[in-house]
Design a binder for this molecule. Structure first.
Ligand code: HEC
Ligand code: HEC
Ligand code: HEC
Ligand code: HEC
Ligand code: HEC
Ligand code: HEC
Length: 246
């Protein structure tokens, strides 16, 4: 997220989209009805919006919808400034999101929190505080809703790879935390092969990446694309949920 004029913020690093949020008055914020999409390099309706007018939210809405945008898209506790303006401590997802407060580190000289020490499900919790956590047992996730594929920890936790590898598979196995997202699907093959040296295929697999078939792309709308993190065997053209296996 980036600051615009006072009380106005551009949400999103722009990998897929940018949405403007601005303060209207002492009581209301507006999430703009048109967003910018990287795939089409143009403006189109914001996800969930039916008109271009935008969505008004009360700053002190009980559901705290607008405050929650700031909580996931900035670092440290947001403050309330003059005129009930929400002011992020630090815009964007910064070091302290994962490493804890640096001031504590400077004061006590204790090492910063190192998320490497977390277990695979601990990482699902940390990353899932924004990317959404795995559902509680018996949770009621709608697996037919393509928008849910945005929630990578939720989907990864359903995979046999995750459940049956004794904690050896986490977000960090595929995503080094200090690098941008690797967009070359072939580079993930190496990770798969570290556990599946000789997968048994009847299907012809030459020339395609492991992820193309086992983590298929889902497009909840033409401008947005998510990899389905429920690693599994999918029927062609049905990327939402793997086929049940014996
Ligand atoms: C404070 C909330 C928050 C936490 C915690 C968080 N993320 Fe994110 N992450 C985001 C947001 C927001 C974006 C979208 C980019 C942006 O707007 O800054 C993002 C983007 C990403 C991307 C895509 C980057 C791209 O170039 O498209 C990956 C991969 C990712 N995060 C992985 C992780 C992992 C792994 C963890 C845990 C170690 C984690 N994130 C923890 C909020 C968070
Ligand atoms: C529960 C945490 C959470 C909340 C609440 C939240 N976001 Fe996000 N948002 C994320 C994460 C995580 C990503 C990136 C990962 C992804 O898209 O898979 C993201 C992505 C985005 C992107 C695209 C970023 C990019 O680089 O492509 C935009 C724009 C955005 N959010 C705007 C908003 C706005 C506006 C609100 C409030 C109406 C909001 N978000 C509320 C967690 C959140
Ligand atoms: C999305 C979460 C995330 C963010 C944001 C993040 N890190 Fe990290 N960082 C990690 C994880 C996870 C590890 C452990 C990685 C590993 O070794 O595999 C790590 C490891 C480190 C280490 C090595 C620690 C050790 O004892 O081995 C340093 C230093 C570090 N990060 C500094 C930073 C700095 C500085 C920033 C901001 C510019 C930053 N990190 C942002 C998640 C994050
Ligand atoms: C840390 C090790 C590990 C990694 C990395 C890993 N897997 Fe797995 N995977 C497993 C285990 C364990 C199982 C369960 C095997 C069993 O049931 O006997 C599994 C099962 C599977 C299955 C069968 C799914 C099902 O529902 O029966 C497929 C397909 C699969 N993996 C593909 C992949 C692909 C593709 C990648 C890379 C994107 C990957 N795996 C990465 C450990 C891993
Ligand atoms: C087995 C490898 C693997 C694991 C484990 C994994 N990812 Fe991914 N992730 C991928 C692949 C492949 C992509 C698609 C990259 C591309 O766009 O080509 C991706 C894409 C993403 C993106 C970009 C949006 C999307 O869905 O395409 C985010 C955010 C992300 N992963 C977060 C996470 C988080 C958080 C975790 C831990 C819960 C995680 N990933 C675990 C392989 C993995
Ligand atoms: C063209 C799509 C496709 C590609 C590419 C592909 N697979 Fe598969 N995979 C399948 C299908 C379909 C099955 C179910 C068995 C069958 O029909 O061959 C399967 C089954 C599996 C299984 C379960 C069978 C077993 O050995 O227990 C694993 C593991 C697996 N694949 C891993 C991988 C890995 C790793 C890669 C990349 C090196 C890969 N697959 C590439 C489509 C693909």
């Amino acid at each position: 997220m980036f600051p615009g004029s006072p009380g106005e913020w551009a949400f999103g690093a722009g990998a897929q989209a940018v949405t403007i949020v601005s303060q209207l008055d002492d009581e209301f914020y507006l999430e703009h009805g048109l967003s910018w999409y990287a795939a089409s390099k143009s403006m189109a309706p914001t996800p969930g919006h039916r008109t271009a007018a935008g969505e008004r939210y009360r700053t002190f809405d009980p559901g705290a919808a607008i405050l929650r945008c700031f909580q996931c898209h900035s670092t440290g506790p947001p403050r309330l400034g003059a005129g009930f303006r929400i002011e992020p401590f630090e815009p964007g997802v910064q070091c302290e999101t994962c490493h804890g407060p640096g001031s504590e580190h400077a004061r006590s000289r204790k090492p910063i929190r190192n998320p490497k020490r977390l277990s695979a499900s601990g990482l699902n919790q940390l990353c899932g505080s924004c990317h959404r956590k795995p559902a509680a047992a018996g949770g009621d996730t709608d697996w037919t809703n393509p928008w849910n594929t945005r929630h990578q920890p939720l989907y990864l936790a359903e995979s046999a790879c995750f459940a049956k590898s004794g904690g050896a598979l986490s977000c960090l196995t595929c995503h080094p935390p200090h690098q941008g997202l690797e967009r070359n699907a072939a580079s993930y093959d190496r990770v798969c092969s570290s556990c599946h040296a000789h997968p048994r295929h009847r299907t012809a697999v030459a020339g395609r990446t492991c992820a193309a078939c086992h983590m298929p792309a889902v497009e909840p709308r033409p401008e947005l694309r998510f990899a389905n993190h429920w690693i599994g065997v999918y029927a062609p053209g049905k990327p939402l949920r793997p086929i049940a296996r014996p």
